[in-house]
Design a protein around this ligand. Structure first.
Ligand SMILES: [Zn+2]
Length: 348
């Protein structure tokens, strides 16, 4: 009898249509999509966030895909636009919340890293504040109205206008939440990039603010990953396609659309070393992002404003150049290169 009752309820739940998804005051019926603008206002400043909600007919994860936290990083923004045309809500399992462009003022103002309305970097202010500046309020809305609704989150970035960059995926590893970390690792691996960078690698996130967009998800117990793909802010087709393929792979990995992606065996980077500039002037690099380097190798030269050499930049460790400042201006204390430590470095 009990078995029959269970079977009955199982069949009923399978047959029952999925409930509509409510978002920003709109109703998204199963099998449909809705595009809507989130409005954010702070005094004289205001902005909008374009979001498309895809709500499948069958139950599944709620995946938040966030592009354009940095408005000059074009490949993620262009990939999001293309992906929006390719996700079919009639075939989808679960729901996708696609944030086309989180930082519209930065995008329209062609500004590197910040929102020109308050000069703040959206990826440094999470969880934000409901009564703060425009960027702080924007973070607050993204955290509560988008990230907080998701079961999985991905934040997509590229090298900004000054950065040469080797594409990679990243995830957070905190020791007190091993399941969250492991789900993130599996998502990051599934994206298909040759390198996966591990963020965190410490006991707990509990005593720290989220700060970063994707870490806002981790703070809420939601698995989250990052993509970095593209360089110099250029809208290069290869980077756009690379990101889009990675997002399709993630949809497959989460069994939301398509097929399980082919296995991927990336190199795990658990530690990074940042090389900062000791002077202000010009940086003349001798390497490119993606190059494997040995400790002691000359990576470039810094000159004063006349072009007179001041110092050589030398690799402090073996590894791979993940990203680097590759345009001439450099100020004391700014990051020149981020070097990822590779497993089995002695064999490079
Ligand atoms: Zn970015």
């Amino acid at each position: 009898m009990l078995l029959q009752a269970l079977l009955f309820f199982a069949l009923v739940s399978l047959a029952a249509p999925l409930k509509p998804f409510m978002f920003n005051g709109q109703t998204v019926a199963p099998g449909n999509k809705v595009s809507t603008l989130l409005h954010v206002t702070a005094g004289q400043d205001s902005t909008v966030v374009p979001v498309t909600v895809f709500h499948g007919r069958r139950p599944g994860p709620v995946l938040g895909i966030i592009a354009g936290v940095h408005g000059y990083e074009y490949p993620p923004i262009l990939a999001a636009q293309q992906l929006a045309r390719e996700i079919n809500p009639a075939e989808l399992r679960g729901t996708v919340l696609l944030v086309h462009l989180a930082n519209v003022p930065g995008f329209l103002g062609r500004r590197i890293q910040v929102n020109p309305q308050d000069e703040k970097n959206l990826n440094r202010v999470f969880p934000g504040r409901p009564d703060g500046t425009i960027t702080e309020r924007l973070a607050w809305r993204l955290g509560n109205d988008v990230i907080g609704r998701c079961t999985h989150v991905i934040d997509v970035h590229a090298g900004d206008a000054l950065d040469d960059l080797r594409p990679y995926a990243g995830y957070y590893n905190y020791f007190d939440t091993p399941e969250l970390s492991d789900t993130g690792r599996q998502m990051a691996v599934a994206l298909g990039f040759p390198y996966v960078v591990q963020f965190g690698n410490e006991a707990t996130l509990k005593n720290q603010a989220a700060v970063y967009c994707s870490r806002e998800a981790i703070k809420r117990g939601i698995p989250a990953v990052d993509i970095e793909c593209g360089r110099f802010g250029l809208p290069e087709v290869e980077a756009v396609i690379h990101i889009k393929q990675a997002l399709h792979r993630l949809l497959g990995h989460l069994a939301m659309a398509g097929e399980q992606p082919a296995p991927n065996n990336p190199l795990l980077i658990a530690q990074r070393t940042t090389v900062s500039s000791s002077h202000t002037g010009f940086f003349y690099p001798l390497v490119k992002a993606g190059e494997l380097i040995h400790k002691g190798r000359k990576l470039g030269t810094i000159t004063d404003l006349f072009g007179t050499p001041l110092t050589d930049v030398v690799a402090p460790v073996d590894g791979v150049v993940l990203y680097m400042t590759a345009t001439p201006p450099i100020s004391t204390g700014e990051s020149l290169l981020s070097i990822g430590h590779l497993p089995m470095q002695g064999k490079l």
